[in-house]
Design a protein around this ligand. Sequence first.
Ligand code: SF4
Length: 448
Amino acid sequence: MSRNTPPKNLKRVSVINLGCPKNRIDAEIILAELAQAGFPITGDATDAQAVIVNTCAFLEEAIEESAQVIETQQERRRRGEIETLLVTGCLPQREPRELVGRFPWVDAFLGLDQIPEIPGLLKENNHPGQVLVSATPSWNPGREYPRLLSTPSHYAYLRLTEGCSNCCSYCTIPMIRGPLRLRRTEDILEEAGDLVTLGIKELILIAQDTAAHPELSKILEGLERIEGLRWIRLLYAHPAHLEEKIIEQMAASDKVLNYVDMPIQHLADSVLERMNRNVGADRTERLVKKARSLDPQFSIRTTVIVGFPAETEEEFEVLLEGLKRLRFTHLGIFVYSQEEGTQACEMPDQVSWEVKKERAERLVEFAERMQAEETNRMTGNKHEAVVDFAKEASEDCVTCVGRLWSSAPEIDRVVEIEGPGVNQGCFGKVEITGGRNDRIFARWIESI
Ligand code: SF4
């Protein structure tokens, strides 16, 4: 047993969070609930008496990653190094029945709706193997659920909706997170106000599909009026729902960045149809051209899937040629994963692993070439940036890691900044001095 027992015999708890920023918000809510209930919290699971693994499960690969973490903690539970092990998040929601047999030492598997029950469960005596999961979750936490923020002190995620009703044929998320649930605009704006009061300067708007919120324009307007907020960033906007007027609103705004993450998945209409994306390539092209007509530097991130069932070489070429034409600023590449329970899983003409891999490699090669050209084009230019982490190098020179306005945290290229002592959360002007694939180099000019 670790040395100093927490007050009131409440176990010292650690939350291990996996997956996307939406899962991170759930973990922050769990942490806040535990703190409110008086549980001591530690960021170091090896120093905890109770561990909560908040899992991701949208792809087989993510399930394997979650399983490895659970197995490690389960071994500690079996050896008595920890008293309680809870598993929450998307894995219990996706595979509630299989888990007990696979992980016999887990005390409880909890679905999204059961998050509020965690403090109570931790106070109870354990009896492994509980499965507490609602088949279709209604979880849609608003401002009534405080968060213990886990991001650096100057940026935070803000969720606009929960769940998704788009039902893309390859995607497991609707069956995990349930159908689309909207948050009230007032509630979103009030939470944003709370976060800015805590010192947050950059808000990153997230959902499964942020453009599915019918009041997105009103939300952006409301956020724009919040004093003290500097950057507003939009992620996960489905091209079928993102309106040109939103792009106009972004381009006209001082605080809403000319940055959008717009997952397109493909550019061949025949594949988009089989994916049930409800959007054609022409609309995507119109949106990109609109953005670039308003700001040639408009930063557009996207993700694509290669090797979707029956994808032909011709369809892949359409995708590649389209990407060359549209020059997305950041490109995420996924190899199609045949996920049980999805429509696409049953489709004929599944593409072989060799072909998928070869196509993904051609896209990676293209993306790296595009990135190198982008670095050359940016070198010598001045841009706004923020410091995410400051590293001590010497008395008068500090190397910081941060981001240009055109990069989102955790997913886009970082910038390594040389310059006088600037701290985490500092916004400033930098001059680009070069770069390589995963990072850009710059020198600090001035704070702003
Ligand atoms: S938009 Fe499509 S890919 Fe995205 S979460 Fe919804 S169903 Fe999945």
